[in-house]
Design a protein around this ligand. Structure first.
Ligand code: ADP
Ligand code: MG
Length: 250
């Protein structure tokens, strides 16, 4: 039974064709990497999955955990266990990070029929996981993402993921702007979350991240289609030769 099944999706924005028939199947326990040159539609794919306005398909289907994803609101998607870490995390001035996380976790727990965590229970759990991401208590008192450095934003995204325990996590350029130490922290977080019942899609245009989060499958998205799929070796080939061979050949 697959977690995510994308079937031949097409999307145009303002008459410009961006995705021209993308299909992808993700099963529990799998890590998929989507690579591709700038502007190839990687973030567009993550926006479609999140239900962002303006990113409605012209054709195709998407099933998440056997539900028609496109029938679900953005909130329902996250309640059901879809998590997206965006390339550009949004700032929420005036919303403390701790409260934001607690609210998000309790909404999901409620949906799952679990007891909501009280403030004390939540803070204990959040601090435990935050320290594994090298996030200090002081940062959790600040407004969500406001004044966070690039690396702090990415670590905060992974903390959210750990707390929410999604079925499917999609990480868009979570490696961008990270130094090696931060990259290791973020990757450790993802590797610890990974399990037989959940799945991860990492979107990246560098191979570097894939040294730390080793994918089962690598897909190359270019010109609106998946040009090639393979194992981790495909990422190494791209690291060495760039996209040219693959993109031109197809
Ligand atoms: P990637 O993440 O692979 O670098 P994107 O998905 O961000 O690429 O963008 C793919 C293409 O779609 C680009 O040409 C981009 O300009 C275009 N695009 C994405 N969103 C919009 C939008 N809201 N309006 C106009 N063009 C868009
Ligand atoms: Mg992008």
């Amino acid at each position: 039974m697959s977690i995510l099944n994308i079937k031949n999706i097409h999307l145009s924005i303002e008459d410009k064709s961006i995705l021209k028939g993308v299909s992808l199947n993700v099963n529990p326990g799998e890590v998929h990497a989507i690579m591709g040159p700038n502007g190839s539609g990687k973030s567009t794919l993550s926006y479609i999955l999140s239900g962002k306005e303006g990113y409605e398909l012209s054709s195709g289907n998407i099933y998440f955990d056997n539900n028609d994803l496109l029938e679900l609101s953005a909130n329902e998607r996250s309640n059901q266990g879809l998590f997206l870490a965006f390339q550009y995390p949004v700032e929420l001035p005036g919303v403390s990070s701790m409260n934001f996380l607690r609210e998000a976790v309790n909404v999901r727990r409620k949906f799952l029929g679990k007891k909501e965590l009280n403030h004390l229970e939540f803070v204990k759990e959040a601090r435990r996981l935050a320290s594994s991401m090298f996030i200090k208590d002081e940062m959790l008192k600040r407004s969500v993402n406001v004044g966070f450095s690039g690396g702090e934003k990415k670590r905060f995204e992974i903390l959210q993921m750990m707390l929410l325990e999604p079925k499917l996590a999609i990480l868009d350029e979570t490696d961008s702007g990270l130094d090696v130490d931060a990259l290791k922290i973020v990757s450790n977080g993802v590797n610890n979350y990974k399990g037989k019942d959940n799945a991860v899609i990492v979107i990246t245009h560098y191979q570097r991240l894939l040294d730390y989060i080793v994918p089962d499958y690598v897909h190359i998205l270019a010109d609106g289609v998946i040009k090639k799929s393979g194992g981790p070796e495909l990422a190494k080939i791209i690291e060495k030769n760039g996209y040219a061979g693959i993109v031109d050949a197809a």
